[in-house]
Design a protein around this ligand. Structure first.
Ligand code: GLC
Length: 438
């Protein structure tokens, strides 16, 4: 009763624009509950990302408004948004089938449209569309029912609101600019308070858009301290993550990488150092986050499995994205991938869930390694198909090697620091896994 009273009080305060925050995030010590959430997150291995909003209607990805489109014209799409086939139960079931342990959905993306019945602005799915349903609430209830965590993506930047202090994107949406940081900040904190008060237990708030001000001549103060503290005061177990592309900022509970596994920077968004918090890499199944009608270039299930394994080898979760269609359906190609990954996870999940990343100093050319948390079993993941044997520069003494699937012994030779593992007879697949006992 006290908690719900406190939450309601915080909500009221936020709505009044007068949030009183217990302690700044710089002095943040994660609660027991938060540490538990971190561990649960670190053990999760796989999550599914959902980018869904009125942008889906245009079939051109979630950045469509930024392509010279007028925000007022764009907003008219809301009047026709009626995703007749949206069914939270079907989504959650399809996602669970992949073996994913959490879902992260866009609550409000850069276009500024909110996917729940927020009281902070009428520009939301309940008040501005004929559909009128609170899809986040439906999802939250279904996730609770099916026992899977729900995370909310939340954009720091906004291409529609006049009070958002313009950054380097969203210049051509035709809005009258009236930057007012206090007003915008209170709007955001009011929204976050709603999400953390009325939507059950929230696994994480996943921020994005910080980089919109990374070219400002003087550093922009997002006042994250206050915002992160607000989140932790409302739900101490809620993880804070920020896709800001820079090093971890105090108050965060997880570290996010975009389109690259931690420590690699092929896409150019992940040059930050790898810290000690639980890690996550987000990646697309095709090339775009939001539904893009022209992009049917889906990675194969085998390639996605190999990416998941490589991510786990870096000690990170994979947050794999789907852009649901305007109808409310998940694309058939995505459902197919979910099933395929799930089938693989049924057999090999143990080598992904609750593991830590590779203990090897360098990533071997043949694949990667994961280590089971608790019992220390070592899993060699051979991702290249051509290898008949692999070199393992592991310092510890190998006592036993078996094929992870058949449990038949696998031959090995050499000595600590210089082993060769012979792969004859190891079960074929996108990833051949040998289990070592040290
Ligand atoms: C980028 C994009 C954004 C997307 C996000 C997902 O920040 O701007 O549209 O939601 O990546 O990682």
């Amino acid at each position: 009763m006290t908690t719900s009273f406190l939450r309601r009080a915080a909500l009221a305060a936020a709505l009044a624009g007068a949030i009183s925050i217990p302690a700044p995030a710089a002095d943040y010590t994660p609660s027991e509950e938060n540490l538990k959430s971190r561990q649960e997150f670190a053990d999760a291995g796989l999550g599914i990302f959902l980018h869904w909003g009125i942008y889906s209607m245009f079939g051109q990805g979630e950045w469509y408004l930024n392509s010279g489109v007028n925000a007022e014209e764009y907003a008219k799409a809301a009047r026709g948004f009626y995703p007749a086939h949206f069914n939270a139960k079907e989504w959650v079931s399809a996602i669970k089938e992949s073996g994913a342990k959490y879902i992260c959905i866009t609550s409000r993306h850069h276009d500024g449209f909110s996917m729940w019945g927020t009281k902070q602005s009428p520009y939301n799915i309940v008040d501005a569309t004929p559909f009128g349903r609170d899809v986040l609430k439906e999802l939250a209830e279904e996730c609770e029912r099916q026992g899977i965590r729900l995370h909310f993506y939340y954009s720091h930047l906004d291409w529609t609101r006049p009070d958002y202090p313009l950054g380097r994107t969203g210049h051509d949406t035709g809005r009258q600019l009236a930057p007012d940081w206090e007003s915008y900040k209170n709007f955001m904190n009011g929204q976050l308070t709603e999400l953390l008060t009325d939507y059950g237990k929230v696994g994480a708030i996943w921020f994005d858009g910080y980089w919109d001000h990374d070219e400002d001549p003087t550093p922009f103060d997002w006042q994250l301290d206050e915002q992160y503290a607000l989140i932790h005061s409302l739900q101490p177990g809620c993880l804070v993550g920020n896709n800001h592309h820079v090093s971890v900022i105090p108050g965060e509970d997880i570290q996010i990488f975009e389109r690259d596994v931690p420590g690699e920077n092929k896409a150019g968004l992940s040059g930050q150092d790898v810290g000690s918090l639980p890690l996550e890499t987000c990646q697309t199944m095709n090339g775009m986050w939001g539904y893009k009608i022209k992009d049917q270039d889906y990675k194969s299930t085998d390639d996605l499995v190999r990416y998941l394994v490589r991510t786990a080898g870096k000690g990170a979760n994979l947050l794999l994205n789907i852009g649901p269609q305007p109808s409310g359906e998940l694309p058939a190609a995505a459902i197919d991938r979910l099933k395929g990954i799930g089938k693989w996870m049924d057999s090999y999940g143990e080598t992904i869930y609750a593991t830590t990343g590779s203990p090897l100093e360098e990533e071997p050319e043949w694949g990667t390694v994961t280590v089971k948390r608790g019992d220390g079993r070592v899993f060699l993941h051979v991702l290249g198909e051509d290898f008949q044997s692999v070199k393992l520069p592991m310092g510890a003494k190998v006592k036993k090697a078996v094929d992870f699937i058949s449990r038949k012994p696998v031959k090995f030779s050499g000595k600590p620091g210089d082993y060769t593992i012979h792969l004859d007879g190891v079960t074929a697949g996108p990833d051949r896994v040998v289990e070592l006992t040290l």
